[in-house]
Design a protein around this ligand. Structure first.
Ligand code: GAL
Length: 868
């Protein structure tokens, strides 16, 4: 929760010591404390309902949890004994010692096995369904409870239909699994041991992809005094920005939960954020005038203030701009008792203009949107949020030249936005995949009427200070998009975004709605899914009709391409077209359930990257695109929906290995990086004498191909060409080499050669030094190589992993969408010559972790990772 960060632990200690000093007759109170509740949980999953509870029976007690985010009449907590108090799992006396010990974030389904009864291929075949109970003892001191104290539970995401019990009493809950929520534990807490129990329930057929299951994001305990900054209670905007100065507006909501009026003083100073530590640095760069107000007991009051920041360092997207950040540190004192609360709000100074003709203008400069859509899972780690795994996803995307991310189709973990702020990635923050009308039987439409306002409002309020957010997405391909209802809902959701933020415009991903529909008439940024490039075999773009009807509205491709491929696999013959609908005789290897990596194939509604580029370039007023998808994800394995486990859409596979498409996008998005990439691999014992097309992706403008040193001709990229292709090459063993040129000068080279049989394992780590908090990770890649050290492109040797030292192998993968071996397995077959193991230290332990990889008949390999 970036807007309400607590101080560092050492800072808190110091502050606490200072505040406990007796000043005259008053003893200063300590400030807010936010601590992780991730450790020491017990967990059990039940396929059949073990407790007779359901959302319907709990709902009346859960709905009041949304009260801070609804403008209609507030829900009253029903009187009487809440349901569930007789369920054994909520009771202090229940013996949970036989349940699984778990640390959060935890995805109960990711360990598998695949093939869970009742779970479809699109949902990832993993056992996410059923009821899950989590229990934990929370120890509280006498100073934590009682008059003048508030205790809150903050859950960054729980999949799904969470209901929370403290000491046997139902406190509240939140059904939408992607949203964060906070519950007030104060009335139910006591000094000593408290039993916290959380019930989750996932109906099958509730998602079009793998949703994950459990307490899969961070969980926090927040202790504050009765006078404090309210939840998501700060808002920073920069309404006017010039090189010399920026106006910074601050609004702070102060809450007083005591029963008497309190005199409250607020002081806020602005500091620069050090890019490497993420912390305030140097002297204050600006100060807001201190403000004194009276806040009545049991009420909230908003305080507004403004200041000027000289020579502001702007936040802008990488690589052209720099993502500078500031932090506003607000200190609240009350009734002469010294500081009673302190919150940090990170923000960025930047301007955004959404231009109907030019696209997106950030800080006065046009920024073409080079975006990808991603789902929330982290491959073999599942939905369980992990900072390092998310950071790795973004780093590999940045290497490709990505400057924008769509969090399809839901709110991300809060830390993902911290990462986007830090790395300078623009974010389209999305909320819903369905509105009132369903896509699948048990999706969000069941919650729509009662929850959509709270979900939309709380999300925007929570994340509005992140400079990375450049647009709110109010939905994706909603079945209501073309109806009159679509217009009403869009109006309502956009209004919520304006009320809570007002500095970004809203968009939605529309695959059907056209110009003139009620929704598009009101939508601030029309977002086109696939219709912009023309669906499938059609080249009819709807960009012109949108642009001519709404010349002042910026438009963009909210979802493009949906090209499918399986890393390192190639299927012949290759289409001669620039784009082709995938099928048994077009790109599919039906036997293996793979799709060709010539990167030209896609489902009937979609397109190749080349086609998208052609159409985007034809209509330069289009602000850019969000490719479906940056990374492969679990579930939705089109075109093999029933048999495979994970998607084929990613530019990067599920293990994090680059497919050929990576270089096609890099060539377009980072034309400054000298680069050439030749495909396919060149080890085809059964293709001698057969036509084997060779394609080249390059940031150059011309290239020459050589087969065993013999030129196959030099080709220039013509307008509307994004790859160079030599489609009539006959395969002979040896080597293919490409030399690329730019402006007539040599620019880059690449080659592929015929390799020998597997001889050994080459083991490398993305980081050989990691932290020992139990969360930091090293990603270990194993390549099966021949005696010369060249990766064997079709190798599928079974690799066994082991580790020496104070660490563990969390999971393994290879990016093969058909591999049904459970992710924790220590044996993993290489796929297209490669496999991955993810390693972490034991919490708090330091030392060398030696990761070994062995395979029968091959020379093994190892790498040492230092933890601590
Ligand atoms: C879109 C949808 C995405 C994904 C994609 C696959 O229509 O919005 O969630 O299903 O198709 O091509």
């Amino acid at each position: 929760m970036p807007s309400l960060k607590s101080s560092s632990p050492s800072g808190l200690l110091l502050l606490g010591l200072l505040l406990l000093t007796v000043v005259g007759h008053t003893v200063a109170q300590s400030s807010r404390k936010r601590s992780s509740l991730n450790a020491d949980w017990r967990f059990s999953r039940f396929v059949d309902n073990p407790d007779g509870l359901s959302y319907d029976t709990l709902k009346a007690w859960i709905l009041p949890s949304s009260n801070d985010f609804i403008t209609r009449a507030k829900y009253q907590r029903p009187t009487g004994t809440p349901p569930g108090s007789d369920v054994q799992y909520v009771k202090d006396s229940f013996d949970d010692s036989k349940w699984d010990p778990v640390t959060l974030p935890h995805d109960w389904a990711i360990k598998g096995p695949f093939g869970a009864p009742g779970v479809s291929g699109p949902e990832g075949k993993l056992p996410y369904n059923g009821v899950g109970w989590y229990r934990k003892t929370v120890k509280l001191g006498t100073g934590d409870v009682g008059s003048g104290k508030n205790l809150y539970l903050e859950v960054d995401g729980a999949m799904s239909y969470a209901s929370v019990f403290l000491n046997g009493v139902l406190v509240g809950g939140w059904p939408y699994g992607y949203n964060a929520f906070r519950l007030d534990l104060t009335p139910y807490a006591k000094a000593g041991d408290n039993t916290l129990a959380i019930r989750l329930q996932n109906a099958p057929d509730s998602s079009r992809w793998y949703p994950g299951a459990g307490l899969y994001r961070n969980v926090w305990l927040v202790k504050v005094n009765s006078v404090h900054v309210a939840q998501y209670g700060t808002k920073v905007t920069t309404p006017s920005v010039s090189a010399g100065s920026a106006t910074v507006d601050l609004s702070v909501t102060i809450e007083n939960t005591s029963n008497s009026t309190k005199r409250v003083d607020l002081v806020t100073e602005v500091y620069e954020v050090d890019a490497s530590t993420g912390k305030a640095t140097g002297d204050a760069k600006a100060t807001f005038k201190s403000i004194s107000i009276s806040v009545a007991g049991g009420s909230k009051q908003v305080v507004n203030s403004t200041t000027e920041l000289s020579n502001p360092k702007l936040w802008g997207p990488a690589p052209e701009q720099t993502p500078n950040q500031y932090v506003a540190i607000s200190k609240v004192s009350a009734g002469g008792n010294g500081t009673v609360d302190s919150v940090e709000t990170k923000f960025g100074v930047r301007t955004l203009v959404y231009d109907g003709n030019k696209g997106l203008i950030v800080n006065g400069a046009h920024v073409y949107v080079k975006g990808v859509c991603n789902h929330h899972d982290l491959g073999s780690l599942g939905a369980a949020f992990n900072y390092r795994a998310a950071e790795r996803q973004l780093q590999i995307l940045l290497e490709m030249g990505t400057n924008a991310l769509r969090t399809s189709h839901n709110m991300p973990a809060p830390e993902l936005l911290d990462l986007a702020d830090k790395y300078g990635i623009m974010v389209m923050g999305e909320t819903f995949d369905t509105w009132k009308t369903k896509k699948v039987a048990n999706d969000y439409h069941l919650l729509w009427d009662e929850w959509h306002e709270a979900d939309m409002r709380s999300y925007v309020r929570r994340e509005r200070n992140h400079p990375s957010i450049v647009a709110w997405s109010i939905g994706n391909e909603m079945p209501d998009q073309s109806s009159a209802l679509g217009g009403q809902i869009a109006t309502e959701l956009q209004n919520i975004a304006r009320q809570e933020d007002g500095t970004r415009k809203s968009t939605a991903g529309l695959n059907n709605a056209g110009p003139g529909t009620a929704l598009v008439n009101v939508l601030e940024i029309p977002g086109l899914n696939y219709q912009g490039e023309g669906k499938g075999t059609s080249w009819n773009s709807t960009y012109p009709s949108f642009h001519s009807r709404y010349p002042d509205k910026m438009i963009w491709g909210t979802e493009t391409a949906s090209t499918v491929s399986t890393r390192g696999t190639y299927v012949f013959p290759v289409t001669s077209g620039k784009t082709a609908v995938v099928g048994p005789s077009a790109g599919e290897n039906v036997t293996m359930q793979y799709v060709s990596s010539y990167e030209l194939y896609h489902p009937s509604w979609a397109a190749s990257p080349d086609k998208v580029f052609i159409q985007q370039d034809k209509y330069p007023y289009v602000a850019g695109e969000f490719v479906w998808t940056g990374w492969d994800y679990i579930g939705e394995p089109t075109p093999f929906d029933n048999t495979s486990r994970s998607s084929y859409f990613g530019i990067i596979d599920l293990a994090g290995f680059k497919k050929d498409r990576f270089w096609l996008y890099q060539a377009r998005w980072r034309p400054d990086i000298p680069q050439a990439h030749v495909l396919p691999h060149w080890t085809w014992p059964d293709r001698v004498g057969k036509v084997t097309p060779v394609h080249v992706f390059t940031s150059g403008d011309e290239a020459e191909l050589f087969v065993n040193g013999k030129s196959q001709g030099r080709k220039k990229t013509e307008p509307s060409e994004y790859r160079l292709r030599w489609d009539n090459v006959t395969y002979v063993p040896g080597e293919i080499e490409v030399v690329a040129y730019k402006n007539g000068k040599k620019w880059a080279e690449d080659s592929k050669k015929t390799v020998g049989s597997p001889a050994k394992l080459n083991v490398t780590a993305d980081r050989t030094s990691i932290g020992n908090d139990g969360y930091d990770l090293s990603f270990i890649t194993v390549a099966v190589v021949d005696k010369n050290g060249d990766t064997v492109p079709m190798a599928s040797n079974a690799i066994s992993f082991s580790i020496d030292g104070p660490g563990e192998i969390v999971s393994t993968d290879n990016g093969d969408p058909t591999d049904m071996v459970a992710f924790p397995s220590l044996t993993r077959k290489a796929f297209s010559g490669m496999a991955l193991a993810i390693v972490r230290s034991k919490p708090g332990e330091s030392g060398s972790l030696k990761v070994l990889a062995t395979s029968s008949g091959l020379e093994g390999g190892e790498v040492v990772v230092r933890a601590g």
